[in-house]
Write a protein that binds this ligand. Structure first.
Ligand code: AMP
Ligand code: GLY
Length: 429
C-alpha cells in the first residue's frame, strides 16, 4: 500500500520508521517531514498538513491508500472528514472526535456523562466569575485555556495570585480564541502516566504505559515544554492502576461509538494522574503523543501498517498487538534556549555513530538537510535518542551513552530522564 504521513516532528519520524519496516508498504510520503524522514521516505515540504483539499489532491494523484495524521491541528480542522468523504482510508478521528482534545470543556462533559474519573472543574466565559471561583476554591489550583494552545495553556498555580493572573491572561487573549473559555480545576497529585489506545468501532486496543518529562530542566524544574524525555513501560504503575486505566480507555472508546456521528478511528491518548484515589484523567488527546510514540512504536512487534489500516477501516477485531519485553528510554536533545527562543541551522554531527550502537535509534524532530547536504538543527527539540534494553537501567545507560556521541552547538538535554522511576514510587511523595 501507498501511505502519506502528515506532520514533521519526532512523532512522525517514529511513525514513518515503523511503517518503513512493514513489507505491506510500497510508497511512503511524509508532509512536510524532516531530516530524518527524508532518509526513509519521500518528504513533501510544500504540502500543508491542514489544507484538506491539497492533501486530498495529493492523495488522489499518488494513489494513496492510507493517510496517517500525526498532529492535532489537521484533526481539529477536519482534514480526516474531507478525506473519508472522498473514500480515502484515514488513521485519525474526524473533527467531532478530535474535540476530545480541541475543547477541554467538551472533553470534561464527555467524561462526566460516562463516569470517567477526572479533576472537579468549572468552566467560565467571563473573567469576574472565574476569579471569584478561584478565590472560593483556593490554591493550589489549575487554570486552563479551553482550546488548543500547543501545551502552553495550562497553569498549575501554587497561590491564588498566580491563578488570578493566569485567568486574566487567558481572557486578555494570551492564547487567542483558545482562551475565551477558561476551566478552573481542582489540583490532583501523584505521578503522571499515559496510556494510549488504538480506537476503532468503539473498541480500544491499549498500548503500553509511558511517562513523559514535561519540564525543561533536571529535577522537574523550569518551564513546561513539549516533552524532554520519556520511557516505556512505566515500572511504578501497579497492576490495579493499569487495570483501572484500561477500563477507562475502554469506556471512552465505547462512548465514542455511542455518541459520535462518525466512528472514531485513530489513537485516543489518555493522560492520567495516579492519585491516591486511583488513576484520574488529566486530558484526552486525539492522536499519538510526542515523544511517547518514540518509545512505544520501537516496542511494538506487530506490523503497524496492518494495525493502522484495520483502525482506519473499522476492523478492530483484526488488531493484535504484540509488545517487546524490552524497556525503551528516549532522551530529547534540544537547542540552547528552548522552550524560549533559539537559533537554527547548527550542523549536527555524530548521528550515524550513535545509530551504530546496538539497540539505539535516533529519531529526528527539528532537523533539516541544508543546501550542502549537511544535517542541521531546525527546531527547539532537535533529536530523540531512543535506546532499548533488557532492563530499565540498561536502556537508560545506553540512551545517555548515545547522547554523548551526538554534537551540535548549544545541545541541551535533561540528565535525569527516568531517574525518579528508578527510585520507586516514594520519589513522588
Ligand atoms: P494538560 O494540557 O491538560 O495535559 O495539562 C498539562 C499538564 O498540567 C499536565 O501534564 C499536568 O502535569 C498538569 N495538570 C493539568 N491538569 C492538572 C490537574 N487538575 N492537577 C494537577 N496537575 C494538572
Ligand atoms: N507528550 C504529550 C503530548 O503529546 O501531548
Amino acid at each position: 500500500m501507498n501511505i502519506l504521513v502528515l506532520g514533521g516532528g519526532g512523532r512522525e519520524h517514529a511513525i514513518t520508521w515503523a511503517l518503513a519496516k512493514s513489507p505491506q508498504v510500497d510508497k511512503l510520503f511524509v508532509a512536510p517531514g524532516n531530516g530524518g524522514t527524508a532518509r526513509i521516505a519521500r518528504n513533501i515540504p510544500q504540502l500543508r498538513a491542514d489544507d484538506a483539499q491539497a492533501v486530498l489532491g495529493f492523495a488522489r494523484d499518488r494513489d494513496i491508500d492510507l493517510v496517517v495524521i500525526g498532529p492535532e491541528a489537521p484533526l481539529v480542522a477536519g482534514v480526516a472528514d474531507v478525506l473519508r468523504e472522498a473514500g480515502i482510508a484515514v488513521f485519525g478521528p474526524d473533527a467531532q472526535g478530535a474535540r476530545l482534545e480541541g475543547s477541554k470543556t467538551f472533553s470534561k462533559e464527555f467524561m462526566a456523562r460516562h463516569g470517567i474519573p477526572t479533576a472537579r472543574y468549572n468552566s467560565f466565559t467571563e473573567c469576574e466569575p472565574a476569579l471569584a471561583y478561584v478565590r472560593e476554591l483556593g490554591a493550589p489550583i489549575v487554570v486552563k485555556a479551553d482550546g488548543l494552545a500547543a501545551g502552553k495553556g495550562v497553569v498549575v498555580a501554587d497561590d491564588v495570585e498566580d491563578a488570578e493572573e493566569a485567568v486574566r491572561a487567558c481572557f486578555d487573549g494570551a492564547f487567542g480564541g483558545a482562551g475565551s473559555t477558561v476551566l478552573i480545576e481542582e489540583c490532583m497529585t501523584g505521578p503522571e502516566c499515559s496510556l494510549l489506545a488504538f480506537v476503532s468501532a468503539g473498541k480500544a486496543h491499549c498500548m503500553a504505559t509511558a511517562q513523559d518529562h514535561k519540564r525543561a530542566y533536571d529535577g522537574d524544574r523550569g518551564p513546561n515544554t513539549g516533552g524532554m524525555g520519556v520511557y516505556s513501560p512505566v515500572p511504578i504503575v501497579t497492576d490495579e492502576e493499569l487495570a483501572a486505566m484500561k477500563e477507562i480507555m475502554e469506556t471512552a472508546a465505547a462512548a465514542t461509538a455511542e455518541e459520535f456521528e462518525h466512528d472514531y478511528r485513530g489513537v485516543l491518548y489518555g493522560g492520567f494522574m495516579l492519585t491516591p484515589e486511583g488513576p484520574k484523567v488529566v486530558e484526552f488527546n486525539a492522536r499519538f503523543g510526542d515523544p511517547e510514540t518514540q518509545v512505544l512504536l520501537p516496542r511494538l512487534e506487530s506490523d503497524v501498517a496492518e494495525v493502522m489500516m484495520a483502525v482506519a477501516e473499522g476492523r478492530p477485531d483484526d488488531i493484535d498487538l504484540a509488545w517487546s519485553d524490552k524497556h525503551a528510554v528516549c532522551v530529547v536533545l534540544a537547542s540552547d534556549g528552548y522552550p524560549g527562543s533559539y537559533e537554527k541551522g547548527k550542523v549536527i554531527l555524530g548521528v550515524d555513530e550513535a545509530e551504530l550502537m546496538d539497540d539505539v535509534i535516533v529519531l529526528h524532530a527539528g532537523t533539516a538537510v541544508d543546501d550542502y547536504d549537511e544535517l542541521v538543527t531546525a527546531g527547539g527539540r532537535v533529536l530523540n535518542v531512543v535506546a532499548l534494553g533488557d532492563t530499565f537501567e540498561e536502556a537508560r545507560e545506553t540512551a545517555y551513552l548515545a547522547c554523548d556521541k551526538v554534537y551540535f552547538e548549544g545541545k541541551q538535554y535533561r540528565k535525569d530522564i527516568g531517574k525518579r522511576a528508578l527510585q520507586g514510587r516514594s520519589a513522588w511523595k
